[in-house]
Write a protein that binds this ligand. Structure first.
Ligand code: BDR
Ligand code: CA
Length: 309
C-alpha cells in the first residue's frame, strides 16, 4: 500500500531535502509537486522543483506552478537564508522539462475530486491550498490529511510569535485551518529540535549518496548556527519533518487541539494561536506536534536520501 501525496512547496533548501526524501521513499506515491511563492519567487521555486525531480531520477513526476503572491499582501521572500537561487550550496542541473500547463490549485482540486485518499504535504505559504479550497470548498473535506510545516506554540522566526510560512500569507493559513480537512501542524517548537548538526551532516555525506551530499552542501553553514537559541550547534531542518511524519508518525508526539491564525493585529500577525490546554472549549481542528525523536528522524532521512543513488 502506498500513500498518494501532493507536495506543495517553495524550494527552498529544506523543501528540497523534503522532496528528495519523499522521492526516496517507496511508501509514498508522489502524484505531483505544486510550487508556490515563498522562500524565493515562484519563478525560482517552480523550476527548482522540476530540477529536483529530475536530479532524483524521477522526471515523470509533474510539477505545477501555483500562486506567485499571497492572497492579499505583497510577497515576502527569504533570500537571505536560501540564497537567490533558493538552493544555496546545491546546483542541480537545470530542468529539462517544463512545468505543466495546469495551475497548482486547479491540479489540487481535480485530484481531490477524483480521490479521497490523497495527502497534502504543505511546506510553504498556504496560498495554493487556500486558493483550491476557495475555488471548490467541497474538496477540503475530501482531503485524507494535510500535514503542514508552519506556525508554532508561542514562538516565531519572523516575529517573536509568527513563523515564516504562516506570516507570509496569514489569510491563506486562516482559510486552511477553517476548511474542515484533518490537519497535522508541525511548528517551530518541534522543528527546532531537529537540528542538522555537524555529525549528522557527516552521516549524510558518508551514507546518503548524491542526495545526502546535496543536503549536506546546503546545510553546512556554521555562520547560521545559533546554539543559544537551539541548544546545540546546527540548523533546524523544518520541512522534511512533514515527510518523516508520514513515514514514521511514531517519531513524533502531539495533541489534538484548536488552532486559530491571527490575521488582524500588527503585533501578532501570523501567530498560530494553539489552544493546547483547551482553554476556549473550541473543537479541535488540528493535531499539533510538540516533539520529535531527532536521532530517529535523521537516521530515516539518511536512509531515504541514500536510496536515490
Ligand atoms: C519554513 O520557512 C521556510 O523558510 C522553510 O522552507 C520552512 O518551510 C520555516 O519557517
Ligand atoms: Ca518551505
Amino acid at each position: 500500500m502506498t500513500t498518494p501525496i501532493i507536495i506543495d512547496c517553495d524550494p527552498g533548501q529544506d523543501d528540497a531535502v523534503a522532496v528528495l526524501t519523499a522521492l526516496g521513499s517507496p511508501e509514498l506515491d508522489v502524484l505531483a509537486i505544486t510550487a508556490v511563492h515563498g522562500n524565493v519567487p515562484l519563478a525560482r521555486t517552480a523550476p527548482n522543483a522540476r530540477a529536483l525531480v529530475e536530479f532524483a531520477g524521477r522526471p515523470e513526476v509533474p510539477v505545477h506552478a501555483g500562486c506567485d503572491r499571497p492572497l492579499r499582501r505583497p510577497a515576502i521572500h527569504a533570500v537571505r537564508i536560501h540564497g537567490e537561487s533558493g538552493l544555496r550550496g546545491f546546483e542541480p542541473p537545470p530542468a529539462r522539462r517544463p512545468v505543466e500547463a495546469a495551475h497548482a490549485a486547479e491540479f489540487i482540486v481535480e485530484t481531490l475530486k477524483a480521490s479521497e485518499d490523497v495527502v497534502l504535504a504543505a511546506l510553504g505559504p498556504l496560498t495554493n491550498l487556500a486558493s483550491a479550497f476557495t475555488w471548490a470548498p467541497e474538496v477540503a473535506k475530501r482531503v485524507k490529511q494535510i500535514v503542514l510545516m508552519g506556525g508554532g506554540r508561542g514562538v516565531g522566526n519572523v516575529t517573536p510569535v509568527a513563523e515564516f510560512n504562516i506570516y507570509v500569507d496569514p489569510e491563506a493559513a486562516d482559510i486552511v485551518f477553517r476548511a474542515g480537512a484533518p490537519i497535522v501542524m508541525i511548528g517551530l517548537d518541534t522543528t527546532w529540535q531537529a537540528l542538522a548538526t555537524p555529525p549528522r551532516l557527516a552521516a549524510w555525506r558518508k551514507k546518503g549518496g548524491k542526495a545526502g551530499q546535496a543536503a549536506a552542501a546546503m546545510y553546512d553553514n556554521p555562520a547560521r548556527f545559533d546554539a543559544k537559541r537551539y541548544g546545540e550547534e546546527g540548523l533546524p531542518l523544518h520541512d522534511p519533518c512533514v515527510i518523516a511524519y508520514l513515514l514514521r508518525p511514531d517519531l513524533f508526539d502531539g495533541r489534538h487541539c484548536h488552532v486559530a491564525v491571527e490575521t488582524g493585529s500588527p503585533l501578532t500577525l501570523g501567530q498560530t494561536v494553539v489552544d493546547w490546554w483547551g482553554t476556549t472549549g473550541q473543537a479541535a481542528n488540528a493535531t499539533v506536534l510538540s516533539r520529535v525523536d531527532a536521532d530517529g528522524y535523521f537516521r530515516l532521512l539518511t536512509e531515504r536520501l541514500a536510496r536515490l543513488g
